[in-house]
Each structure stands twice: as C-alpha cells, then as structure tokens.
Design a protein around this ligand. Structure first.
Ligand code: PMP
Length: 396
C-alpha cells in the first residue's frame, strides 16, 4: 500500500534479510554472539546521575533549549584535546557533533555521493555503512583484507580501475566485522595513495580507544597531509551508545557543508546529552572508565579465543583482535554459515552469518562473533554449543 508514492531512492533499500534472521536470536534461551552491544553493566550510571543533576542545577533551562548545530563548545574543546592526545591536531571549527557516528555515515553519503558513485571499502565491511551509502545509490568496490587490514596493492589497483571513485571507507582499528587493525605502514600508504589518486578517505573509528593488547597506532587522519580524511568517532563504545553522541573531524570546507545538511536533518545533536557528557568529562575520569571497559573485554575476548581453540574443529580460522568487540571466523569454503546458523538456533546459540558484510558477493563461509555483551560463563557455554554444531558438520 502506498509504495507507489515512495521515492525512487528508497527502492534500493531492501528489508535486511539479516535483521529478520537475527530476530530469532532475541529469545531468552539463546546465547547470542550476534549483537554488537557494549556491556551495559559498565555504563557509569551513578556518575551520569551526578552529572545530570549538576547540569540542571548549573545551567537550568538553558540545558533544555535548542542549541547550535555545530555542538556544545566545551564538549568540542574536550574532544579536540582528546584527539590531540591520539595524534590529531584540530581546532573546534573542524569538529561537528552528530547523533552517533552512524549519522556521520549518512551525512557523508548525502554530501559526497551522486547516484552510482563508487565507494571503495574493506571486504568485508560494516553492514550499516553499506546500508547508509546504499540510500544514496552507491556502488561498492571491495578491497581484500588480511590480518593487517586492507591490502594496499589491491587498493591501488581499485583506484586505477575506478579513477572517479569518491572515497575510501575504512575502519582502521578493530574493524567491524573482522576485529582486524590496519598496520602502521598501510595507514601511511593509504594516505599516500589517496593523495596520489586524489580521492577522499572516510575514517570510521569507533573502537580505537578500546585497545587491550599490542601498541596503539595513530589514526589514519594523523597522516593526513592534504586534509582529505573525514574522521568519524563516537562516545558509543567508551561511554554510552544510547546518548547518541558522535563527532566528525574534518577540514572546515567539509564541516561547513555538513552543518547545512545536519540543520536540514535534525537542527542539532541532543544538547542535554552534550552538556551531560561535557560535565561527566569535567567531574570524572573517562580514561579510567575506559580502562575498566578494556579489562573486561580483554578477559571476554581471551575466553572466546580459548573456547575456539578448545571446541572448534581444526580447519576453522579466526581473527585475533587486539581490541574492539568482534572476532571473525572463516569456515572451510564448502560450508554455508547461514545453514550453520539455522542449526545453531535450534541449539540456542547465535552469531551473524558473514555474507551480509560484503556489499557485493559475500563469502558464505564466514561469521562474526561478539564478545563484549556477555559474561565469561555464558561465552564458554555458547561457544561449547557452537563448537558441538561445527564438529557435527566438520568432524574434529
Ligand atoms: N561505525 C562502525 C564501524 C560501527 O561498528 C558502529 C556501531 N556499531 C557505528 C559506526 C555506529 O556507531 P554510533 O552511531 O553508535 O556512534
């Protein structure tokens, strides 16, 4: 009904099969490694209560009024300082507060993509970025990835084959869905190639702060000599995803245009959430809080990897992330993870079949596991169930 009234643009958007598939994972008896949720028991509820109270006492009705599109200045100042600490020198005029980095993906599509424009991305990549860019009728060129992230020779070939491509979309740290990290050398090379082939880079970096092993690497934007990196990040994984607070850091040329687009979309990001977060940063130690998150995720990740080694058949490969929320699993090529999923659901354990993370033709023998949202006991039990199913299909 009424579909004939919908715009042409929306005809590209299909109901996500994966969303339908994942509905069955919501039953309470299912141990689900399918989501991507941060651990809720780590949200700093008491501190947020104190910050709320302080905001309302100090700012009163101002905290509830409309505000500027760019965002709350003290919060942008605090973010500029945090960015400086990780190697991004920025002024607050180069920062725009947005409703989570997901809004940044949508605004980026709106700003940069004409119908059928090419986006070059990692293969596989973040499902909701694929969907965000599809709204603007993007075509995707996937570049193979390995343990060090996107393959730079393949990237250069893609750039040569698609000289009009608009941007490279990359998640350099603990990528969603693979958990892999782009190596230092490749970060530099990516920027060098972007300069050489005159293409933009969209760096989506929600997980960089959640490193619990190995050496921290500077963001891709750190190496950006020509201001062609649009950097997105968020408070979702380090503070609270429900507050919907993220930011874009980019040259003013981009920011000024993003501001116009955001004005048309929602006027501004939740001003109370911004004040509350700024107050939290003033009163409490976010870095100490992030350390707590990292300690918990480190253990959960370790438990999951140990379970893979213990319960999964030998032929199964997996990534070994040094941070973030996800592990990527590759089954032998003949095995369809979607069929494995159906058997797993009958055994009350779930994951995301990997095919959906490939914008073109998916590898059906892959799957994504999340470890952030579950106790170690549950991880062990769920992985035991998953291992039993895989062993029944593959043997030991
Ligand atoms: N980018 C990536 C790679 C993600 O994994 C996520 C969240 N799952 C987002 C963007 C969106 O995050 P948010 O809108 O909560 O900041």
């Amino acid at each position: 009904m009424f579909e004939d009234k919908f715009s042409d643009r929306t005809k590209n958007i299909e109901a996500s099969e994966i969303r339908e598939v994942l509905k069955v994972t919501e039953k309470p008896e299912v141990i689900s490694f399918a989501g991507g949720l941060p651990a809720p028991e780590l949200f700093p509820v008491e501190e947020i209560k104190i910050a709320c109270e302080a905001v309302l006492t100090e700012a009163g009705s101002d905290a509830l009024q409309y505000s500027t599109t760019e965002g709350y200045t003290p919060l942008r100042e605090a973010i500029a300082q945090r960015l400086k600490d990780i190697g991004i020198e920025t002024a607050i005029d180069q920062l725009l507060m947005i409703g989570g980095s997901q809004q940044g993906l949508d605004l980026t599509g709106k700003l940069l993509l004409n119908d059928h424009d090419t986006v070059i991305c990692e293969s596989p990549t973040y499902l909701a970025a694929i969907n965000a860019f599809k709204v603007y009728n993007a075509s995707f060129v996937e570049v193979e990835t390995d343990e060090e992230g996107m393959n730079m020779e393949k990237l250069e070939k893609a750039l040569q084959a698609h000289p009009q491509a608009k941007f490279i979309y990359t998640i350099p740290d603990f990528q969603n869905p693979t958990g892999r990290t782009l190596s230092l050398a490749r970060r530099k090379k990516m920027v060098a190639l972007a300069n050489q082939y005159n293409i933009l880079i969209v760096e989506d970096n929600p997980y960089g702060a959640i490193r619990f092993a190995g050496e921290a690497l500077p963001p891709v934007k750190h190496f950006d000599t020509e201001d062609r990196v649009i950097y997105l990040s968020t408070f979702s994984k380090i503070f609270s995803p429900g507050l919907r607070l993220g930011w874009i850091c980019a040259n003013e040329v981009f920011i000024n245009k993003f501001v116009q687009l955001k004005q048309a979309a929602d006027l501004h990001t939740d001003s109370f959430a911004q004040r509350l977060t700024a107050k939290y940063l003033e009163l409490f130690d976010l870095d100490a809080h992030i350390e707590k998150i990292k300690a918990v995720y480190r253990m959960r990740r370790q438990t999951m990897i140990q379970c893979i080694e213990r319960f999964f058949p030998m032929q199964v490969q997996h990534s070994s992330p040094e941070g973030g929320l996800f592990i990527w699993v590759e089954l032998p090529e003949s095995v369809d993870a979607r069929a494995v999923f159906d058997i797993c659901i009958q055994n009350n354990v779930a994951f995301v079949p990997g095919e959906a993370f490939f914008p073109n033709q998916g590898k059906r023998n892959t799957l994504r596991l999340n470890y952030s949202n579950m106790s170690e006991e549950k991880i062990t039990e769920g992985m035991r169930r998953l291992g039993t199913v895989l062993t029944s299909i593959l043997g030991d």
